[in-house]
Design a protein around this ligand. Structure first.
Ligand SMILES: [Zn+2]
Length: 165
């Protein structure tokens, strides 16, 4: 099955998916659609404040691809702000890949739901000395080897080798 682009990994599905300007009648309201993958690009770069290279790794993308997604996403948000359009977050080509954490103190391991934005702490002992790594998300993967389940600790983000694209 051909697909135009490989899935992008996102850790965050926003709870609020519709932003409407106040005082604009529905009949005059225009909408900008932002993909979940585009929202994730803005979150990682502009909200979390990661370097672009780290963002690309988190989403399993080449840097150039991430840059393109981010530029397009920022443009859409800017359009909504300047032109007073509603913003809808939906769709996009993505797989949800929750971060997994391991506590260095008690070795407890758990998956982050992706819904909390604060610094996580160990639910068992409350420790904050955590390792985080990516579990390969469930779903069809393209051009990426997923048969290294124990190789995750070789790299901070669970992929010490194999560049996307
Ligand atoms: Zn712990």
């Amino acid at each position: 099955m051909p697909r135009p682009t490989k899935p992008r990994w996102v850790e965050f599905i926003p709870d609020v998916t519709y932003f409407k300007p106040a005082g604009v009648p529905m009949s005059e309201l225009e909408e900008v659609a932002l993909g979940v993958d585009e929202a994730e690009a803005i979150r990682l770069k502009d909200y979390v404040g990661l370097e672009q290279e780290a963002c690309a790794v988190r989403m399993n993308l080449a840097q150039s691809t991430f840059q393109r997604i981010l530029t397009g996403a920022r443009s859409k948000v800017a359009q909504a702000l300047v032109e007073g359009k509603a913003l809808r977050i939906e769709g996009g080509n993505y797989l949800v890949s929750p971060l997994t954490f391991e506590c260095r103190d008690c070795k407890h391991e758990w998956a982050n739901s992706g819904q909390s934005s604060g610094e996580p702490a160990c639910p068992e002992c409350g420790g904050t000395h955590l390792e985080s790594f990516r579990k390969v998300p469930v779903g069809e993967m393209h051009g990426y080897s997923s048969d290294r389940p124990r190789g995750r600790r070789h790299g901070r983000h669970g992929r010490g080798q194999g560049r996307p694209n």
